[in-house]
Design a protein around this ligand. Structure first.
Ligand SMILES: [Zn+2]
Length: 187
């Protein structure tokens, strides 16, 4: 009876579900952040960052997951819910987490510059606000961070390539299409 048991109620398990969402964001060329909301041991909402897809800077994984959770429970108060997210919430999402009164927030990778769950600031436990969330940091942090690091290093490599070869839809494209071959003015 020494076989490892997957604990279906552990933080690591639910963060794994948030990581699956983050991977979907990665595939969609979105900053890879995923979130799930759990209530009474059940996932009631799953979402990934969709800022580009929806052309909406507020479409962070946490915001989309919170809206789903409110719909699922029929209640904007999520006092008995835990939100799992692969990256430390930003100030906007931390504000939403306080407004929806989420009981506990579990995150993977911390964000020293913009994290609002204790790294750059702590809006989740701000003394004068009317709700404070419990915080658990660093769950499956290495995996959560690896996705982000790989995404941004890929982006940097693409930009370097563009700087060297010119934009993908630039002058060479025009020649091939029989358009005016004069190179467009580019910096
Ligand atoms: Zn956010």
């Amino acid at each position: 009876m020494d076989e490892p048991i997957i604990d279906l109620h552990s933080d690591a398990y639910f963060m794994g579900e948030a990581l699956r969402q983050a991977a979907r964001a990665y595939e969609a060329d979105e900053v890879p952040v995923g979130a799930v909301v759990v209530r009474a041991g059940r996932i009631i909402a799953r979402a990934f960052n969709q800022v580009e897809l929806l052309c909406d800077a507020t479409a962070h994984a946490e915001m989309l997951a919170l809206t789903q959770a409110e719909e699922a429970t029929g209640n904007w108060r999520l006092t008995d819910c835990t939100l799992y997210v692969t990256k430390e919430p930003c100030p906007m999402c931390a504000g939403a987490l306080v407004h929806t009164r989420v009981q506990r927030v579990v995150f993977g990778a911390s964000d020293p510059k913009g994290g609002a769950a204790g790294s750059a600031m702590n809006l989740l436990q701000f003394p004068t606000l009317n709700h404070r969330c419990e915080i658990t940091a660093g769950v499956r942090e290495a995996e959560c961070r690896a996705l982000l690091v790989s995404f941004f290093s890929e982006r940097r490599a693409e930009r370097k390539e563009e700087a060297r070869d010119g934009p993908r839809n630039g002058a060479r494209h025009s020649v091939r299409n029989g358009a005016d071959p004069t190179p467009s003015a580019e910096s």
